[in-house]
Design a protein around this ligand. Structure first.
Ligand SMILES: *[C@@H]1O[C@H](CO)[C@@H](O)[C@H](O)[C@H]1NC(C)=O
Ligand SMILES: *[C@@H]1O[C@H](CO)[C@@H](O)[C@H](O)[C@H]1NC(C)=O
Ligand SMILES: *[C@@H]1O[C@H](CO)[C@@H](O)[C@H](O)[C@H]1NC(C)=O
Ligand SMILES: *[C@@H]1O[C@H](CO)[C@@H](O)[C@H](O)[C@H]1NC(C)=O
Ligand SMILES: *[C@@H]1O[C@H](CO)[C@@H](O)[C@H](O)[C@H]1NC(C)=O
Ligand SMILES: *[C@@H]1O[C@H](CO)[C@@H](O)[C@H](O)[C@H]1NC(C)=O
Ligand SMILES: *[C@@H]1O[C@H](CO)[C@@H](O)[C@H](O)[C@H]1NC(C)=O
Ligand SMILES: *[C@@H]1O[C@H](CO)[C@@H](O)[C@H](O)[C@H]1NC(C)=O
Ligand SMILES: *[C@@H]1O[C@H](CO)[C@@H](O)[C@H](O)[C@H]1NC(C)=O
Ligand SMILES: *[C@@H]1O[C@H](CO)[C@@H](O)[C@H](O)[C@H]1NC(C)=O
Length: 404
């Protein structure tokens, strides 16, 4: 058992450096050399001829920690393989994290850390915002690996597989009418905002519908994972995969693959909703994104990251999303949607998904540490594709649907 301690962080973070013996344990600790961040507020009103500008220091100013990698998990079963195997034994309490997950976990030299957001879109956005704004951290060079389980489409993937996403789509931003009350010629009850029938391009945009990530970095992480041996799961998992027909991707063993992810607070299941949300992903991305996984947080985390990146607090090109498939989004032939969904013993692939996320993500984490000076400190995997949100908050020109 390694020495484990709770570091209590105050907003007046500098007071705690000298008081804390932990920070002197390892002279190679990844601590920050005080990068600057100031926040400026411009106060304007119609009557004034000049604006008032107020500036305060905030964010990474005087930060204590400058991690090289931050693994982002959503709940305790996802965090444990990372925390235990990478010996992330230092708990750093950070204001405004989830009450259920109040700590950032760090290894002994603070180069590798993990954070757990709590589940659902609100927890993810709030936690990532709190982390990004914490004066304890300088995250400007940090690589983020979002590592969580999700549902998978049997046409694209199978339980135990690990996917790498270029696009994340928030599928909940729609109107919904219960399927029992819809016109006979509709296939489902979801209708895009400011439109009046299914699957028409939305006529109003909130800005969090779609996020695009650095494809070069995603390819690097996937390449590094290409030789790993994924865990097949239980004999029940192996047998259950064969219940899908042999032309579906569900049928074979788990694999590493690239495909896109859908975010929804509602944990949905079944062929009708699968059709609704997979249509939404294609429509809102102008057919650039291919739905294969679904989870409850990624777009929310990405929205918080976009805002942090806009103010220089993090580098958006250093984020990778890795959904691991724990279950299928719909039943194989011969099962009702409810029997399938509630009789989890039928499929239950989550333990292989937790294991495989660690197995597939570890080579990337190791590579970041081992090749920090040569490849990662100055990002050698700069994006060639557009990155960011629908509103082009980080600059560049979005070209969803126009890329090859
Ligand atoms: C710190 O780094 C130096 C030089 O790279 C190395 O020799 C030393 O073992 C490291 N110390 C620790 C505690 O890792
Ligand atoms: C912090 O700001 C000062 C004053 O603008 C500047 O001289 C210094 O280089 C900055 N330091 C860093 C690490 O950016
Ligand atoms: C540190 O965090 C881990 C993982 O969340 C938790 O299990 C453990 O109880 C915490 N330890 C302390 C001392 O807070
Ligand atoms: C920090 O710890 C990691 C993981 O134990 C190790 O690989 C790395 O070499 C250490 N870095 C430094 C600068 O000592
Ligand atoms: C959610 O994030 C994904 C990237 O992981 C992006 O492709 C998608 O457009 C986002 N969706 C919404 C609705 O924000
Ligand atoms: C359904 O039928 C209505 C009335 O005939 C028509 O206006 C509408 O375009 C049809 N919608 C779809 C999705 O086919
Ligand atoms: C995968 O294994 C092959 C054969 O051993 C090796 O040549 C290659 O470098 C490995 N690739 C990675 C990314 O580890
Ligand atoms: C197998 O599944 C695919 C994809 O869902 C479907 O198109 C095909 O008709 C199915 N084949 C059989 C034999 O059920
Ligand atoms: C995993 O299952 C697949 C087929 O489902 C099989 O081809 C492969 O050999 C199995 N791998 C292991 C390590 O058991
Ligand atoms: C999709 O294409 C339409 C024009 O056909 C454009 O208005 C819209 O902005 C595009 N959407 C995205 C996400 O690029």
């Amino acid at each position: 058992m390694k020495f484990s301690s709770t570091i209590s962080a105050l907003w007046a973070a500098s007071a705690f450096v000298t008081a804390n013996p932990l920070l002197r344990r390892d002279t190679n600790a990844s601590v920050s050399t005080a990068s600057n961040y100031t926040q400026t507020a411009t106060i304007s009103d119609a009557a004034s001829t000049t604006d008032s500008i107020l500036t305060v220091t905030q964010g990474s100013f005087g930060a204590l920690f400058k991690p090289k990698v931050m693994i982002v998990n959503m709940f305790y079963k996802e965090e444990s393989a990372w925390i235990q195997n990478l010996e992330l034994m230092y708990n750093i309490s950070v204001p405004m994290l989830s009450p259920e997950y109040p700590y950032v976990h760090a290894n002994s030299n603070y180069s590798i850390m993990s954070i757990t957001t709590g589940e659902g879109e609100i927890n993810a956005a709030s936690t990532i915002t709190a982390l990004s704004m914490s004066p304890l951290f300088d995250l400007t060079d940090t690589y983020f690996l979002i590592s969580g389980i999700g549902g998978g489409s049997p046409d694209k993937t199978t339980i135990g597989s690990v996917t790498f996403a270029k696009y994340a789509v928030q599928v909940g931003l729609q109107y919904e009418i219960d399927s029992r009350e819809i016109p006979a010629n509709w296939t489902y009850g979801y209708v895009n905002l400011k439109t009046n029938q299914p699957n028409v391009y939305p006529a109003t945009i909130y800005g969090t519908e779609i996020f695009e990530l650095n494809e070069n970095l995603m390819k690097r992480a996937m390449h590094l994972a290409s030789n790993v041996t994924l865990n097949n799961g239980t004999s029940g998992n192996v047998a259950f995969r064969q219940q899908y027909n042999s032309s579906q991707a569900a049928y074979g063993g788990p694999k590493i693959l690239a495909c896109d992810t859908a975010t929804s607070d509602v944990y949905w299941s079944g062929a009708v909703l699968e059709q609704a949300f997979s249509d939404y992903v294609s429509t809102v991305s102008n057919n650039s994104a291919t739905y294969c996984s679904t989870q409850q947080e990624d777009n929310a985390s990405l929205e918080a990251f976009v805002r942090a990146a806009k103010h220089g607090l993090i580098d958006y090109s250093r984020i990778t999303i890795m959904p691991g498939i724990s279950d299928f989004d719909r039943a194989p032939e011969g099962y009702s949607a409810t029997d399938f969904f509630f009789a989890k013993s039928l499929q239950g692939g989550s333990s292989s998904a937790f294991t495989n996320l660690y197995i597939a993500g570890l080579p990337f984490v190791k590579d970041i540490i081992a090749q920090w000076d040569t490849l990662y400190k100055v990002n050698q995997f700069e994006p060639k594709n557009y990155i960011g949100d629908y509103f082009e908050t980080l600059g560049g020109v979005k070209n969803f649907g126009l890329e090859d």
